[in-house]
Design a protein around this ligand. Structure first.
Ligand SMILES: [Zn+2]
Length: 250
């Protein structure tokens, strides 16, 4: 594809792509051919009223009684709940009806307790980047979940996965783009979450574990180095290069 054609597609990406169904497949293809950047994909699947959104059924697991339901603003909530004997923490957008009842949407992400433990460190790292005036940065939460700085000050918290044929990680639909204000609140949630989830008190972040005190231990860890190529250092710039592609707001 010629650069000029790619530019035309990019300028119109949002409307064009949303008109096509199913959105997920189309954006994956456009990503593969480098018409869209990873963040453009995230933006498309975050937009309400796409066919991606309409296809979603309420996730039954979301209807379980949560241990907590913390409001991040704009109908996004942090909830801790059990499902299949597993306790996870969800950051999720809810549809709120005029009756006052709210229903979880699929726009969100499930964090294991292991992921949750990393969140305050991730928050700190991104805040440092913001304080230094950087508008593009990211932090690895664990197991290919990334928190990516949005140029508008928000943060995209999303599961990525390695595409072997592309040789790099790409974002999946599992995630949520939080506004600047919403992103500030999970930091506060980290402080209170142990009240709701005392299990967290017994846990230490992955990097704090004894077998991570040498580099081999870290490289062998599927959470810290999920793509198991034992070249964590080489893997990161591949993510980064995508974030630096221009044209997201063209
Ligand atoms: Zn680890």
């Amino acid at each position: 594809m010629e650069a000029a054609h790619r530019d035309i597609l990019r300028k119109n990406y949002s409307g064009l792509v949303q008109a096509i169904q199913p959105v997920q497949e189309v954006v994956d293809k456009l990503l593969q051919f480098k018409v869209l950047t990873c963040l453009m994909k995230a933006e498309i699947i975050e937009k309400p009223q796409t066919s991606f959104d309409r296809e979603l059924e309420t996730d039954k697991t979301e209807l379980q009684d949560p241990r907590c339901h913390i409001d991040l603003g704009n109908d996004v909530f942090v909830t801790a709940k059990m499902w299949n004997d597993e306790l996870n923490i969800h950051v999720r957008k809810y549809d709120v009806y005029p009756s006052g009842r709210s229903y979880p949407t699929k726009r969100g992400i499930v964090l294991s307790l292991k992921h949750w433990l990393e969140l305050s460190g991730v928050h700190f790292k991104l805040q440092e980047a913001i304080d230094q005036g950087r508008t593009h940065d990211y932090a690895h939460v664990g197991a290919n979940m990334y928190a990516t700085l949005d140029p508008n000050g928000g943060v995209d918290l999303r599961q990525w996965e390695k595409y072997e044929h592309l040789g790099r990680v790409v974002p999946t639909a599992k995630g949520i783009l939080l506004s600047k204000q919403q992103w500030q609140k999970p930091r506060d949630c980290c402080d209170v979450m142990t009240d709701f989830v005392p299990e967290l008190k017994e846990m230490v972040p992955c990097m704090g574990q004894e077998d991570h005190q040498n580099q081999i231990g870290y490289l062998m860890c599927s959470f810290c180095n999920p793509n198991s190529d034992h070249k964590a250092v080489n893997n990161v710039p591949r993510v980064q290069s995508d974030f630096f592609q221009k044209g997201r707001h063209a």
